[in-house]
Design a binder for this molecule. Sequence first.
Ligand SMILES: [Zn+2]
Length: 125
Amino acid sequence: MDDLSRFCCLNSECPEHGKRGAGNLTVTSRYGPDRQRRMLRCRTCKVRFSERKGTPLFDSRLPAERVGSVLEHIAEGCGVRQTGRLCGVNRGTVGRLSRIAGEHARDLHDELVGLSPPHTRGPVR
Ligand SMILES: [Zn+2]
């Protein structure tokens, strides 16, 4: 079984938007290398989206392991410069990832596994 409790609908028009574990999502298909990435569909609004959408992993050319490594170092309290050096990633990229990840992250695990979209327009109710 797929555990979708950390995912939420990314359609801002949808009543279930941003609610994790609302039971409204299903896996419709898989894609990518080894078919590891899932396409999710919201039963409420019928919108489909990639499980990577809205996360620091989406739209990033870095391999997921590299992103995870960068975020781990930041979570451990390494500075941007140090993290970049340890992970072999340039400082601009580290800064971007930490900014995206830090703003709405409850913890690192949420960021790596959960797919709550960044909330840029104030609190979601
Ligand atoms: Zn929806």
